[in-house]
Write a protein of this length. Structure first.
Length: 366
């Protein structure tokens, strides 16, 4: 039996692509022929996602690197413990590691090298982070979900497409998807999503719109995935403004959310961008503003340049966000012709087959 260890976590952005590959492997193999285990972080979001997916997983105390003394000590301690846990999972000579990127994948990848186990990196971002560049130099094979521009050594040249879960793709009618969220099947829906953890600055902007610019959302419903914060104030703001809305912490069946949506406001994580493209939902992307390398901006740039969405800039403060991004949102909400042109552009960008391609490569690698 082949044993495959998925290493990644901390956000859904590292976990959901792994689950998509897990699904594809299950479809391509007979029951019991491949054992899969997820090595994830000890953040609550990881156990929530993986428990809901009903997969085997082991949490570890890996931490992102930091120069602050206390955080640096936690990083070192977490690295050592996580590498030991990974080494134990890789004890079987037939096991191999599929690194999904990020701070969990880095110590697991070092353990795979020391155990001389096959190591494959799945890079998800247009701008690979430090952990992925570190892993890429050790990996037997690097598969990139998207093209990488800054790649002088050609480490990320094998582009396979973004691995997307079945649950992230709309498979029912728009009307039924809306009814699932107790929304009107006839009225257009604006999906607002900050990905698995929510996005505080996007929440703040939507609060500002509901309180100060209600007319912008007139005639629309809002499906808002807000994370653990702001559920009550957002719900009250929409209710006071007379805007039909469903505000949720998190949605495990994102395909239904995308299927309900006429348009979206979204962070620009690689998975979110690919899901918007695969579901043909025109979106205004507001990349996470605190990343030094601005990799989320690069994730959405290709889609924006192809005419499939608006690429904004998160100004962090609600009034500034409305001044900078309000015109694009207004066009998205008021121009059916613009939305249709975006949908046609999106149809050319994502075929949804990335997970299957990766699964076939993994299964055929010796």
């Amino acid at each position: 039996m082949k044993r495959l260890i998925f290493a990644g976590g901390g956000t859904g952005g590292h976990l959901f692509p792994g689950l998509a590959i897990h699904e594809a492997i299950s479809e391509l193999t007979s029951p019991g022929s491949v054992e899969t285990v997820f090595l994830c972080s000890d953040r609550p979001i990881d156990s929530r996602i993986l428990s809901a997916a009903d997969v085997n997983y082991q949490s570890c105390p890996a931490r992102p690197p930091s120069l602050r003394p206390a955080a640096f000590l936690r990083f070192i301690s977490g690295w050592r413990t996580s590498a030991k846990l990974a080494a134990n999972l890789l004890a079987d000579p037939e096991s191999q590691l599929l690194a999904m990127g990020g701070f969990v994948a880095a110590p697991a990848s070092r353990a795979a090298r020391r155990k001389r186990r096959r190591l494959t990196l799945v890079n998800l971002d247009a701008v690979p982070g430090q952990a992925n560049r570190f892993i890429a130099r050790q990996a037997d094979r690097v598969l990139s979900a998207v093209p990488v521009d800054d790649d002088p050594r050609g480490l990320f040249s094998e582009v396979v497409g973004m691995p997307l879960r079945r649950a992230a793709l709309a498979t029912d009618t728009r009307e039924n998807c809306r009814l699932f969220f107790d929304l009107s099947p006839e009225q257009p829906v604006l999906l607002v999503t900050g990905a698995s953890l929510g996005a505080q600055t996007i929440n703040d902007w939507l609060l500002h719109i509901a309180r100060e610019h209600t007319e912008m959302l007139r005639g629309w419903q809002v499906l808002h995935l807000a994370g653990d914060r702001d559920i009550d104030p957002l719900s009250e703001a929409y209710r006071s403004a007379g805007i039909p809305a469903r505000v949720m912490t998190f949605c495990e069946r994102m395909g239904l959310a995308w299927g309900a949506a006429t348009a979206a406001i979204s962070r620009a994580g690689a998975g979110s961008v690919a899901e918007a493209a695969a579901n043909r939902v025109p979106a205004l992307f507001l990349p996470y503003p605190w990343h030094k390398d601005q990799h989320q901006r690069r994730n959405a740039l290709r889609l924006s340049e192809a005419g499939g969405g608006f690429l904004g800039e998160d100004m962090k403060e609600p009034s500034a966000n409305h001044l900078a991004n309000g015109p694009a949102l207004a066009e998205l909400l008021t121009s059916p012709g613009k939305r249709e042109a975006m949908r046609q552009a999106l149809a050319k960008l994502e075929d949804g087959l990335g997970a299957r391609r990766i699964a076939e490569i993994i299964l055929n690698d010796k």
